[in-house]
Design a protein around this ligand. Structure first.
Ligand SMILES: Cc1cc2nc3c(=O)[nH]c(=O)nc-3n(C[C@H](O)[C@H](O)[C@H](O)COP(=O)(O)O)c2cc1C
Length: 426
């Protein structure tokens, strides 16, 4: 029996400290964020750290956690602690997943490959983003290289083209995905002033469209469009030329050829036209069962009636999420939504939660409030920006370590036994 992941991580850090080394990835969120900002370009910071509107949902996510306090119990034997959970037939070492994050290439080229590497090292699942910066097959190969069969899911944005949806799902199954998370809160992009003020949309520069440019059905659509007579001539300016280079670099194939052929530019426009379907309804969700044999998880559920409806149509899990406060300003915090939803679901499907959950103590609270597992978004991106794959790994390893210590110090021995009795509303 080991000392547990908390003490192991502390030992690693303090032992290195004796030799004069301090951790490259800060161990608290505020410092992690500060250092990540320094490591990123202005555009990357705007996209990754930014939120909707005035940022009130991001603040609400943190404040809601602050309204719950952990009430420890004493004199219980906490020498052995169990962080593991069972989720859709998989036994996971910790109740934590890497949330899907699109356009991560802004922080580090081919971000998803490095994050996949980090997740595989930790043995926790990575949810591949539909807006990834590397094709899912490459990420899956890297994960298998580190740890064969390392757990992974695929996150889907429902395109206006059903054949593209089916193609992405088939590729995900082939890439070893163990569940499909369908994101429902981004039928349109939210109002994001940090990006708007820079006029910066990563996808317009082909950043974060690697799942599309590697897809056979997408290639068919692009070929059809490229063969159609050209419309208006594109504007010629320094900015436009830079964008052209960015698109050519981000598209598979030789740079020079990509600069002259129409497909890369048409690909970006096609992506912008078809990546999401604002008309999406329960009718499409009900067809998912025939489209994939994998467990289905709905991401972006915040209302108890939607959770009830999800259970009603036989959904396997939900992710209570406001997309890290990136979609609507002044939205309900994911923790407040969780407290409404958990009693309604009452164990009939799995509940995951994300948005503003940045520390081990935060994860503890989310689990005690009824979540089965938690997805971590920005912290792993900040670690990635600071120190690549090792940084993404350490950012999440620190959260797991603190969870382990918090569990024991609060007098508990298994995350799966936590309940609201461990907390008090303050
Ligand atoms: C830069 C960035 C890109 C994101 N891209 C996606 C995406 O492609 N698909 C998706 O379902 N969620 C996406 N999300 C939302 C995350 O999956 C997750 O819900 C959110 O980051 C959790 O909040 P947190 O960052 O406060 O932990 C993105 C989040 C960030 C920060």
């Amino acid at each position: 029996m080991t000392a547990g992941r908390g003490r192991e991580r502390q030992n690693e850090i303090y032992t290195a400290g004796v030799a004069g080394r301090v951790p490259r990835v800060p161990t608290n969120f505020a410092e992690l964020e500060r250092r990540a900002r320094k490591a990123m370009s202005e555009r990357a910071w705007a996209y990754i750290a930014g939120g909707a509107g005035e940022g009130r949902t991001m603040t609400a996510n943190r404040e809601a956690l602050g309204r719950w306090a952990i009430v420890p119990r004493i004199l219980r034997d906490v020498s052995h602690r169990d962080l593991s959970i069972d989720l859709f037939g998989a036994h996971l070492r910790a109740p934590i997943l890497f949330a899907p994050v699109g356009a991560g290439g802004l922080a580090l080229p081919e971000a998803d490959i490095h994050i996949g590497h980090a997740a595989a090292e930790l043995g926790v699942p990575y949810i591949f983003s539909n807006q990834g910066s590397a094709p899912m097959e490459s990420v899956a190969a890297e994960m298998d290289r580190v740890r064969p069969g390392a757990p992974r899911w695929f996150q889907l944005y429902w395109s206006t083209d059903d054949d593209l949806v089916d193609s992405l799902l088939a590729r995900a199954e082939k890439s070893g995905a163990q569940a499909i998370a369908v994101t429902l809160d981004t039928t349109m992009l939210g109002w994001r002033p940090q990006d708007l003020n820079l006029g910066s949309l990563p996808f317009a520069k082909a950043e974060g469209i690697a799942q599309y440019t590697s897809d056979p059905r997408f290639a068919e659509i692009v070929a059809e469009r490229a063969a159609a007579p050209a419309g208006d001539k594109p504007e010629i300016s320094l900015g436009a030329i830079k964008t052209l280079f960015s698109i050519a670099r981000s598209t598979p194939g030789a740079l020079l050829r990509n600069l002259v052929r129409p497909e890369p530019r048409v690909g970006v426009q096609t992506f912008l036209d078809i990546y999401s379907r604002p008309s999406l309804s329960w009718a499409e969700i009900e067809t998912l069962r025939e489209r994939t044999s994998l467990p289905i998880v709905l991401k972006g559920v915040l209302h108890p009636d939607d959770a009830r409806a999800a259970v009603g149509v036989g959904i396997d899990g939900i992710i209570v999420s406001n997309h890290g406060g990136r979609q609507i300003d002044g939205e309900i915090s994911s923790i407040d939504a969780l407290t409404d939803i958990a009693p309604v679901v009452d164990g009939r499907c799995k509940i995951l939660v994300d948005s503003g959950i940045y520390t081990g103590a935060d994860v503890f609270k989310a689990l005690a409030l009824g979540a089965d597992a938690v997805c971590i978004g920005r912290p792993h991106m900040y670690g990635l920006a600071i120190d690549g794959a090792a940084g993404a790994r350490d950012a999440v390893a620190n959260i797991i370590a603190e969870l382990d210590l918090t569990l024991g110090l609060a007098g508990h021995t298994a995350v799966s036994d936590l309940s609201v009795d461990a907390l008090r509303r303050v």
